[in-house]
Write a protein that binds this ligand. Structure first.
Ligand SMILES: Cc1cc2nc3c(=O)[nH]c(=O)nc-3n(C[C@H](O)[C@H](O)[C@H](O)COP(=O)(O)OP(=O)(O)OC[C@H]3O[C@@H](n4cnc5c(N)ncnc54)[C@H](O)[C@@H]3O)c2cc1C
Length: 350
């Protein structure tokens, strides 16, 4: 178990902000995780668990506690018999520290569908259920079976099944309510089937398919298209600092969806009449697409993405965020909610 001291959180997060963490522990096994919690307890320090830092923001004051980086590795396919043929349906179990996109790639290469549209989402497998990651019409709630987790309240190993996760849009038992932050996810099991997605696809994927006259919708080919779309639109965290979408989309009931449409705001409707307003559209409608704000830039390719061009402090982020929220509120009346989580100064004491 590697214990590092005084590590800038900016180096652990893709938006590259945040002062120093007193301790950072890379956990490669359950033993490491338990030892890291013991280490924190002995020193009466709070603990914060992280994967790749692609949805996390550190504050300027840093974190006077222990950050555990989940580095548990391994992917296995269950339900295989001894015949050479792969079954139509399998479950994959991936350890929490695996790179999410490596799991997507492995599944696509074997012809399994269910996560191909979630290609190239940065970060780890363990963080994926926390905010119920999703993209281009798929989200993990549709294919997750269960997670194995370390319960920080009882010290037990627990299995949490999909219904117990209470998954909604960017919202789950892991990040909301009394159990937020309680479980360290150790592994994630998902169920996938052989097959192909069928058109019509989600907005930009559908446009791509039509423009490029694509007819092969195999998982591998959908993955290829998604990677192409994402590379054109979204910043590569290795080169450009951001946390991806900075704000959540706005979900509205039928009456509000009707009212929004009457005001010229596009709403992506569900079958029941409720709908989603793209917050990027709301930001763009304020003329902020491409705008420079306090060292940040509203991406000129996807207005929902806030790029850290030269900001060095959380204080700058606060200012930029306030300007965007204020502009959108004044223009449309909607109050945008931030998507990435912040390492709280008073993180839970274990
Ligand atoms: C360029 C870019 C594009 C993005 N595109 C998308 C997208 O299309 N769709 C989408 O949904 N998201 C997207 N994101 C956000 C991000 O990729 C996801 O939220 C991802 O799941 C974060 O993984 P991570 O390992 O980096 O999580 P971290 O940022 O390290 O952690 C996020 C949260 O999960 C918790 N956590 C992490 N690991 C564990 C664990 N093992 N057990 C318990 N809790 C844990 C943390 O405490 C924190 O609350 C994007 C981000 C970037 C930078």
């Amino acid at each position: 178990m590697k214990i590092l001291e005084n590590i800038p959180i900016a180096k652990l997060t893709t938006i590259r902000l945040g002062g120093k963490a007193r301790y950072v522990i890379e956990a490669q096994s359950l033993d490491d995780i338990e030892s890291a919690f013991d280490f924190a307890k002995e020193r009466s320090l709070p603990v914060w668990v992280m994967g790749g830092g692609a949805n996390t923001i550190g504050r300027d004051e840093g974190f006077d506690g222990v950050i555990i980086l989940n580095r548990l590795r391994g992917i296995c396919i269950n339900d295989l018999d001894h015949s050479a043929k792969l079954p139509n349906e399998v479950t994959f179990t991936a350890m929490a520290g695996e790179n999410w996109d490596d799991l997507v790639q492995a599944a696509c290469e074997l012809g399994y569908s269910g996560i191909e549209a979630m290609s190239m989402i940065p970060g780890t497998v363990g963080a994926a259920p926390v905010q119920n990651i999703g993209a281009y019409g798929q989200d993990i709630s549709k294919i997750i079976e269960h997670v194995e987790a370390y319960d920080t309240q009882t010290g037990d190993l627990v299995k949490i099944t999909k219904p117990e996760m209470q998954m909604g849009y960017r919202h789950t038992r892991f990040n909301y309510g009394i159990d937020a932050g309680r479980f360290v996810i150790l592994s994630v099991t998902i169920r996938l089937c052989k097959g192909c997605l069928q058109p019509p696809f989600y907005n930009s994927l559908q446009r791509y398919v039509e423009n490029m006259h694509e007819t092969n919708f195999s998982p591998e080919n959908i993955r290829r298209m998604i990677c192409k779309i994402r590379k054109e639109k979204l910043p590569d965290p290795a080169e450009i600092a951001s946390a991806g979408s900075f704000f959540k989309n706005v979900y509205v009931d039928q009456a509000e969806a009707d009212a929004a449409e009457a005001r010229g705001i596009p709403v992506w409707r569900d079958a029941d009449g409720k709908g989603k307003i793209n917050s990027g559209w709301l930001i763009e409608a304020c003329g902020l697409k491409g705008a420079e704000l306090d060292g940040f830039r509203v991406s000129d390719k996807a207005a929902l993405v806030l790029i850290n061009e030269k900001a060095t402090s959380y204080a700058q982020l606060e200012k930029a965020r306030a300007k965007i929220i204020e502009a959108v509120k004044n223009k449309s009346g909607y109050v945008l909610q931030q998507e990435p989580v912040e390492i709280p100064t008073g993180a839970k004491m274990i």
